[in-house]
Design a protein around this ligand. Structure first.
Ligand SMILES: *Cc1c(COP(=O)(O)O)cnc(C)c1O
Length: 343
């Protein structure tokens, strides 16, 4: 089976698993709730530096990272502006309502991209009867829109708007690494426009688990406390941090291979008479395809692919999604391209 359901399905590489054969690494593990896991502490420093922030915090998942950042930037009853396809809005189990008691205000972007003008219009006036707008969240790359890269000019203008309106700005950077690989823009160049940033090591980078958030020293200190309250204190988390560090040190550049594999698959869809695909939206490692002309539902198309040995997913009505990653080779991608031709 070629598994293209998500870039989260990767298994740790043999190099990652071999890290712990070295006794020296074992000796640097400690209890991270006591702040004594050297591997985690050093990795948090590395991530903070890479993102140009004062501090960073290693967290179990991207969801926890995003939710901690929502918590840091809101009070109960506030409103958060984001794009209607945002991961925080669609795939985090309504956590902002439960954990931060805030209301979300989703706006429809073009291919997942909101403009500063659109956000400006959505900011509430100040009155007792209005919710207080306090936070804007952007996503780069945009998952549901199909791995779209947020144009840095838009980010800069949104950042200026937020500063002038005293709103906080958060980046869901689960796949920020893919945007950086494709544009050659440094992570800290993107991150400078945001108060808080979350990044994942368990997506394209291939670590088995682990994400991080970055921001000011004071925010990260608060987030540490919330992380514990939410059950995210992980003790010898250096086991995960070491694998995440290996991924960050060695797998950033190879993301471009994933982008090439995605392009190979996308081209096969584009050449096919009944699948519809917007090639301008194929920018990183995600391929989203409109199947409305096939006469099949997206679920039936997913099933047909499964019968041919390829696991894919449906993202919304009439759309399927294929994601390339560390555990699919260029050869696999070429095989998938051939399978697409047989439809
Ligand atoms: C995967 C993902 C997350 C975090 O997901 P977890 O499964 O909780 O690690 C957050 N945002 C985006 C855009 C994602 O794709």
């Amino acid at each position: 089976m070629i598994d293209l359901r998500s870039d989260t399905v990767t298994k740790p590489t043999p190099e990652m698993l071999a890290l712990f054969a070295a006794p020296s690494l074992r000796n640097r593990l400690g209890d991270d709730v006591f702040g004594e896991d050297t591997l985690t502490n050093e990795f948090e420093r590395q991530v903070a530096d890479l993102l140009g922030k004062e501090a960073a915090l290693f967290v179990p998942s991207g969801t926890m990272g995003n939710q901690l950042c929502v918590k840091l930037s809101t009070s109960e009853g506030d409103e958060v502006i984001l794009e209607s396809g945002a991961h925080i809005f669609n795939y985090e189990t309504a956590a902002p309502a439960v954990l931060s008691r805030v209301q979300l205000k989703p706006l429809d972007g073009e291919n997942g991209i909101l403009t500063a003008e659109q956000i400006d219009r959505a900011i509430r006036p100040v009155a007792d009867w209005y919710p207080r707008t306090s936070l804007v969240c952007l996503e780069n790359t945009h998952n549901r829109a199909g791995g779209i890269i947020y144009p840095i000019e838009d980010i800069e203008r949104i950042s200026e708007l937020c500063r002038s309106k005293k709103l906080r700005l958060h980046l869901d950077g689960a796949r920020l690494w893919n945007a950086c690989a494709a544009t050659k823009i440094a992570p800290k160049t993107y991150a400078q426009f945001f108060d808080t940033v979350s990044v994942c090591f368990s997506k394209g980078l291939g670590a088995p688990a682990g994400s991080a958030i970055a921001g000011t020293q004071s925010d990260i200190q608060k987030a540490r406390r919330w992380r514990k309250l939410w059950g995210g204190g992980m003790r010898q988390s250096g086991v995960l941090a070491a694998m995440a560090k290996f991924a960050l040190d060695n797998h950033l550049d190879r993301l471009l291979h994933d982008h090439r594999k995605a392009l190979c698959i996308a081209n096969a869809f584009a050449a096919h008479p009944t699948f519809k695909i917007d090639m301008t939206a194929v920018q990183t490692n995600i391929v989203a395809v409109d199947v409305s002309n096939t006469g099949l539902s997206e679920r039936d198309v997913v099933e047909r692919f499964r019968e041919k040995g390829v696991l894919i997913s449906s993202i919304k009505k009439n759309y399927i999604r294929l994601v390339t990653h560390l555990d699919v080779s260029m050869n696999d991608a070429e095989n998938v391209a051939e399978i697409i031709q047989t439809f």
